[in-house]
Design a protein. Sequence first.
Length: 265
Amino acid sequence: MAALPYMQLYVADYLADTMHLTTEEHGAYLLLIFNYWQTGKPIPVSRLARITRLSNERWTDVERSLGEFFNERSGEWVHDRIERDLEALHATQAQRIAAGKASAEARKNAAKSRPKASRNDRSTPVEISFNENSTNKEEKRREDIDQEQTPPLSPLSENPVQPPAAAPEPKPKRKSRLPEPFNVSGDMRKWAADRAPAVHLVNETEKFVNYWRGNGTTKADWIATWRNWLLKAQEDANRRVIAPQRTSQQPLNMSSTAWAEEPIL
């Protein structure tokens, strides 16, 4: 698919969503969404660091912040807002192409239905005065001009072919403040056990709730933000563990503790 010539960037929405990003994270995020728009498809996880032009070590530091803007599906990062914009753009382009083809076909059929004058048809010669001959030629010239200016009509309708109306742009997903209470479901605990085994689930979730509830930020997907928070906490825990200790001790896994599914705060 050919690269699209432009993309819609709502500056106010972008700045509201990315106020917490560093300069490095801003640059990496813009490179990701530009690549997403140009290719028109989700980004494989294996190409994220290469697209952002970061080393593997630097990408590990910024992945937690940028992951909240994407959803990981089948080994790819999917951006829901860009997917909706691409779908609307492709629908508009398809409608314009269909309208152009229908208009060209209507003009072609209208031209075929017009009767053609025979070359052998001639009027009977009569003697007329000079003034009458001039008047007849002028009237015929006006009739020819009127026929040229009249738009072709569809053979199935008395009205000119009109292109279909463009589909309305889909509304972006609504953002909201952090739910109160913030519930950690069984699926979320299972995910934490797999992806962040060294994180104290209760403590980190309390820190997450206190931080985001305190600054009043709105998000479209709070579960994705919570997951990115735990991934960063897991990375910090890995850096604090000394290599010999890791070989002799089992990793701390607080997510397996049996506790009822109830609000954290």
